[in-house]
Structure formats: structure tokens, C-alpha cells
Design a protein around this ligand. Sequence first.
Ligand code: GUN
Length: 286
Amino acid sequence: MAAQIIDGKALAARVRAELKARIAVLAERGQRPGLAVVLVGDDPASAIYVRNKIAACEEVGIRSWCDRLGAGTSQETLLARIAQLNADVAVHGILVQLPLPKPLDAQRVLESISFAKDVDGLHATNAGLTLMGRPHFRSCTPYGVMKMLETTGVPPRGAHAVVLGRSNMVGKPMAMLLLAADATVTICHSGTRDLPSITRQADILVAAVGRRNLVTADMVKPGAVVIDVGTNKTPEGKLAGDVDFAAVREVAGWISLVPGGVGPMTIAMLLTNTVEAAERAAGLTH
Ligand code: GUN
């Protein structure tokens, strides 16, 4: 039987609807969540991501600002702008879109964001708190994957979760969130030997490598949950994940789509973190 689809687009719409109710509570107190997005350079993919983030803010009622800075922006100028945003009480969340053009130092830039406004969850303090099992802001993509996992009803506790990819943005925080949910976690990467022998043990398989069709049907345990974080371009210019969807669908129990899977959930969790930041600023906590 073909796998059930994990519909990230529909789930993201539900998350946004819940956020609208929380934003209404803030509005009663005269507060409105605010997200500042900083885009440096003219990477076309980044411009699309930023546009989608701003549109999502608009839809739920989050105030947003978008700074578009030229590719030649200096580190000093960027850090000075972030310092202004850190000091602005109307700004609850700050996101610097990655990748940054050379020679900007992305890690230093991310670290200059106040960790209390780091709604992307990429600041070293937030990464460290996630590692310690007491996250302040969870990194948006792994947070979205955990929400998608919840909808399957497959409990992470005791499950073998295999994460493909070890990036700071996805692979590592993904592994930490799964670990915090009591999964037994394996992280695989480009140096892993005999990848299929490991992926075949996975009850939960998260692919976040950035290689089209990396995950084939023979690599998947029958009935497994397969979540595809990949965002690759086909030769025709279409978006495609890391999973050979048509074939893996016949083996897995649950599978996510690309597009319409993790992408919309990443944005929904960015909005969630921003609302949470505003609630904290207003003295409301969950
Ligand atoms: N570039 C691609 N995805 C992301 C993301 O989630 N956050 C940031 N800041 N940059 C990105």
C-alpha cells in the first residue's frame, strides 16, 4: 500500500490559524509581533524565500520589515544594522537570510543577533540550549519536522531516527530535537560507510543533504516515516527533494512532499517563534 502523505502545506495553514488567535490576544494588550528580515545581495532563491516569509507575516498579522542590502555591504555596516534592530523594542525577531555573500562572516553575523530575538534558532546560545534539552528558540526547519512527525501518530520514543546531513541549520538541531523526544538517533553524512544498511534500520528517516534522489526505495524500511528536507533543482528548474518520491512512496508508511512539505512548515515555525518572542516581551508565557 502506498504511504500516507504528510501534508506540510495543510499543517502550516493550521499552525498559522492558531497563531492568529495568539496574535489577537497580544492585540488586546496593544502589542503586535514584529519580525525584521535582512537580505544581503541578490541571490534569486534567497529573494524568493524572503518574499514568502514577509507574505506569511502579513497573512497572520505580524508586522515585518525587510532590509535589502547590496552585495558589497561591509561586515561593519551589517553589524551596525543588527545592533539597531537588537535595540528596537518593536522588533521581536530578527532573521538574516543565508547564505551571505563573501566575504561576510555568517557565524559572526548570526552571533551578533540578540539570542532573545534569534527566531531562526541559529545563534550559538540557542543551538547550545537545544543541545542541553531546554530550547529557547528551536531552529525552524527541525521544529517544523517535529510537528509533521506528530501528525503521523508515530511516537519518536524508542524509535530509531536516522538523520541524513549534519548542517548547523538542519541536521544537528534535528538530531537534538529527536533525541529530546527519546528517539535513538543516528546522524549520517558524506563520510558514512554503507549508508543503505543504516537507513534501512530507520523507523524515522529525515533527509537533509541536498542531493536529488539520494534516498531510493531499497534504502527504506517498510512502513517508515520519511521526511524530505531537500530543496534541489531539477534540470527543468523545478523543486525536488532528496527522496525518490515515486519509488519510496511504495515502501514507506508516511512520506512528505517537496514542494508542499517542510518548506511551508519552516515558515510557519518562524512565525511561531516570532509570536513566542512577542509573548515573552509582553509577559505572556506558555
Ligand atoms: N536560508 C535557507 N533557509 C534558511 C533559514 O531557515 N534561515 C535563514 N536565515 N536562512 C536560510
